[in-house]
Each structure stands twice: as structure tokens, then as C-alpha cells.
Design a protein around this ligand. Structure first.
Ligand SMILES: C[S@@+](CC[C@H](N)C(=O)[O-])C[C@H]1O[C@@H](n2cnc3c(N)ncnc32)[C@H](O)[C@@H]1O
Length: 302
């Protein structure tokens, strides 16, 4: 799938979706997550469409209809991860937050209320981080905030998360941290994904938590979700980022127990959509993902 000019990547696709919904403040998805900065990461054709708000969603529904199938999962996953982060700051005084594969998520601008209490580490590919830093420096004029944000450029298929994070002096490996890894697991090979979890247990402090969204296997989905899963897989595959890993919650729980990780909470995104009052949103009925929060309970993993 090509955008009107040039090739779209998944990080920009997420930003475009957020940019589009930002024009509809009363939409239930915008109420979960309002991102007035996302458009800055979008190229001119998207911004042209955003310039005429009554046309934005109709154009997206027609031209980017496969992307629209992901809409609710993109909003729910970030909303839920930020709720968990709120909770861990309040109940566990957590003051380090690591956004793995942060993409163009504008968390540090949208959630200045949380960032004031955190050191934020954003890890993504070096070219993505370069653009991210350039734009965010303009968005976040407030120096006291920018000093708390650390942009780490790393290819996680080549270096471990710990190696990436320790390039920043600000990261304290001995302290528990909140990690989120949204929109990445299904692009990793199975062994790479499980290595990430195993290293999370081995390398980071006990008490650290990790929020991850995973693609569910066909067997764990209702029949009516399967065609949407295929559409979404075709869409990202055409962007050059094929989804290669899927799992089910039982397999995941068994596997992570071997690594000294505990599943604190696991939810099907469809169920969460219902609880958040999104049952009438078309994309909410098509979620083929689950959302899991892991906690590191053992430092004994070799
Ligand atoms: C779909 S975007 C998710 C963005 C953001 N987390 C969100 O939920 O909106 C996937 C991100 O994973 C990043 N990514 C893919 N492979 C990676 C790798 N090997 N190392 C680091 N980042 C990677 C991409 O650059 C992209 O920004």
C-alpha cells in the first residue's frame, strides 16, 4: 500500500490515524486518546486531507480502509498502557518509563502530567528516532521536559534492549521500570520475541513491568474476525512490514513462566473495546489482538 506520494511505514500509519481522529474530538476513540501533535509526523498528502476535516474520515474510510480496521486497537493499546503506567507511578513510585518501538507516539507531549514524574526512554530504529527528535524538540519547547526524554536509536534485532538503554547515562538498571512495547511483537520472529522477554527478565530489575500487544492465532479468534485479521496482515505486509508472529494467551503464559515472568493481566482487545463503550465502533468488533502486562518476578534466569 502506497500513500499518495512515497511509501508509508507503520509508524507513520499510526500517526496518520491519530492525526485523522484528532479532528473529531467527540469520537469515542478520540476520547480515549487525543493526539493534537501526530499530524507533525505525517507527510504532505495526509496533511492536505487533514486540512479539510469533513473529508478526513471519509477519505480514510475509502483510501485507507484497511488501515481503518486497526483504528480501535491503535487507540485502545496506548490508552490501556498509559492507564497501567498511571497505576505503577501512583502505587509503586515508578519513575522510569521505556517506550520500546516508540515510533511517532507523542506520549511525552500528550502526557506532560506523567512525564514530570518520569525519565522517559524512547527506543526505535535510528532513522525513526532522528525524525522523532527533530519534531519533538519543536513540540516540546519546555526545557525541563526535554531533559527527561531520551531518544535511543537501536535496531533491536541486532542489539539487546539493555545494550540500547545503557547508551543513555540516565537509565538506572537497578531500579524497576515500566516498559511498553506496542505494535512490535508481531513483526518479530518468534525466537526474537521470546528472547526479548527472556532478556527483560534477565537484564532488568525485579518489579519491572512490560505491556505488550500480541496478534492472536486463528484458533483463538471467532470466525468472523478471521477475514479482518487477513486484511490487516495484507495491509502491513504491503507496507513491507509483514506480521510473522502470533500466539494465544495460554501458550504465552506457559512460555513466560519459564523466564521468571508473571502475567499480571491479560485481556482480549475485543473485550476491552466493549468495556470502554466502543461496541458500536466498527473497528472495535474486529480486533484480533490481546494485551498483556508482564512482571519480572525473578532475577535467576540464565
Ligand atoms: C507500528 S509502529 C508502533 C509505534 C508505537 N509503538 C505505537 O503503538 O503507536 C512499529 C514500530 O516498531 C519499530 N521497529 C520495527 N522493527 C524494529 C527493530 N528491529 N528495532 C527497533 N524498532 C523497530 C518501527 O520503526 C516502528 O516505529
Amino acid at each position: 500500500m502506497y500513500k499518495l506520494a512515497g511509501k508509508l511505514c507503520t509508524a507513520e500509519a499510526v500517526a496518520a490515524m491519530r492525526g485523522a481522529f484528532a479532528h473529531y474530538p467527540s469520537h469515542p476513540l478520540t476520547k480515549l486518546l487525543y493526539d493534537p501533535y501526530a499530524y507533525r509526523f505525517c507527510s504532505f498528502p495526509f496533511n492536505l486531507v487533514f486540512f479539510f476535516p469533513p473529508l478526513t474520515i471519509p477519505v480514510f474510510k475509502f483510501y485507507y480502509r484497511k488501515l481503518m480496521l486497526c483504528a480501535s486497537s491503535l487507540f485502545i493499546r496506548s490508552y490501556k498502557a498509559e492507564k497501567w503506567l498511571d497505576q505503577y507511578i501512583e502505587e509503586h513510585n515508578m519513575d522510569q518509563c521505556v517506550l520500546v518501538a516508540a515510533g511517532y507516539d507523542t506520549f511525552s507531549a500528550r502526557r506532560k502530567d506523567l512525564v514530570d514524574q518520569l525519565q522517559v526512554f524512547e527506543v526505535d530504529l535510528p532513522n525513526v528516532q532522528k525524525k522523532k527528535r527533530e519534531v519533538m524538540v519543536q513540540v516540546l519547547a519546555d526545557k525541563s521536559v526535554t531533559e527527561r526524554i531520551h531518544y535511543v536509536g537501536a535496531d533491536l534485532s541486532k542489539v539487546s534492549l539493555l545494550e540500547a538503554l545503557t547508551t543513555s547515562d540516565a537509565f538506572d538498571q537497578q531500579k524497576p521500570a515500566f516498559f511498553s512495547m506496542l505494535g512490535l511483537s508481531y513483526y518479530l520472529q518468534k525466537d526474537v520475541f521470546y528472547d526479548v522477554l527472556k532478556n527483560f527478565s534477565k537484564d532488568f530489575a525485579v518489579g519491572s513491568v512490560l505491556a505488550v500487544d500480541v496478534l492472536l492465532t486463528d484458533e483463538s479468534l471467532a470466525h468472523e474476525h478471521l477475514q479482518y485479521k487477513r486484511h490487516i496482515m495484507d495491509f502491513v505486509s504491503a507496507l513491507g512490514e509483514p506480521m510473522v508472529f502470533e500466539t494465544n494467551l495460554d501458550e504465552l503464559k506457559d512460555k513466560v513462566a519459564e523466564f521468571g515472568l508473571k502475567v499480571v493481566e491479560s485481556r482480549l482487545m475485543n473485550d476491552m473495546a466493549g468495556e470502554l463503550g466502543l461496541q458500536n465502533d466498527p473497528s472495535s468488533q474486529k480486533c484480533c489482538y490481546a494485551f498483556v502486562l508482564f512482571e519480572n518476578i525473578s532475577s535467576d534466569v540464565k
